[in-house]
Write a protein that binds this ligand. Structure first.
Ligand code: URA
Length: 246
């Protein structure tokens, strides 16, 4: 992927902002300054901001936990729909990005940060960061379905990593169930597709935990707060980063 796209995707700013950042000579790839925005980078590269650690412009980051409501899209901006960033009100600023995506109709825990490195590590498919969802299903998973998810489902475009499904309750007469599903990747509509693969349909979906950090039950839909130090430590550990990497 192009360096400018990579940086924009990872919360370093808009495409034009990251172009300026690259042109300023601050960005390093594997320790070497790169000023070409088209330079190709991938997961194997270490991208640095090339600034000394004591430069607060670059090392002082913010980390929010948002309880995403239904009806908002997970994007930095959108011409048509309301975005999760609008929920930050006056705290919204350039460089902040959601960590991963939730569908427009999915609710619950969304981390928003301007720490591009943490964002990148948390969303890297290599990191196995657990994401737990509460789902209301039309259908009741059976043992065979639970085993299928645990072993991985072969879809046309990918085979899912093992997912854990726990049944919280079921209503046999109505044919519905409440379940928790934990996945470690962030494929598009993954939980909904996994449910369909075992003959169930997601009627309601809410993320309740991300990288070992639980959604604060005090946060109403649409509310957010700064992550506390324990939660932050947990996120860094899930990302496989040391607190020193902050
Ligand atoms: N899986 C889905 O299907 N939707 C989400 O929003 C998140 C995970």
């Amino acid at each position: 992927m192009r360096l400018d796209k990579y940086l924009a995707n990872n919360g370093f700013g808009s495409r034009s902002e990251v172009k300026k950042l690259i042109a300023s000579g601050r960005i390093t790839v594997d320790g070497t300054v790169v000023t070409d925005p088209a330079f190709k980078v991938g997961d194997g590269n270490t991208i640095g901001n090339g600034m000394p650690d004591n430069n607060s412009d670059f090392v002082s980051h913010v980390y929010y936990m948002l309880n995403k409501p239904n009806g908002y899209i997970t994007a930095a901006s959108d011409a048509k729909d309301r975005t999760v960033m609008e929920l930050l009100g006056n705290n919204r600023r350039s460089g902040l990005s959601p960590v991963g995506r939730l569908d427009k109709d999915t609710e619950g825990l969304l981390i928003i940060t301007d720490d591009g490195k943490l964002n990148h590590f948390l969303t890297s498919p290599k990191r196995d960061v657990p994401k737990k969802y509460y789902a209301l299903l039309d259908g009741i998973p059976d043992e065979e379905g639970i085993k299928k998810l645990r072993e991985g489902v072969a879809f046309k475009d990918f085979t899912s990593r093992p997912a854990v499904l726990e049944i919280a309750s079921c209503d046999k007469a109505a044919g519905t169930s409440e379940v928790y599903i934990t996945v470690t990747e962030g494929k598009f509509h993954e939980v909904k597709r996994l449910a369909i693969s075992i003959g169930c349909e997601v009627k309601y979906l809410k993320r309740v935990s991300f990288g070992g950090v639980d959604l604060d039950p005090e946060l109403k839909a649409g509310e957010f707060r700064v992550l506390d130090p324990c939660e932050l430590e947990c996120l860094f550990a899930s990302a496989g980063m040391k607190p020193d990497d902050k």
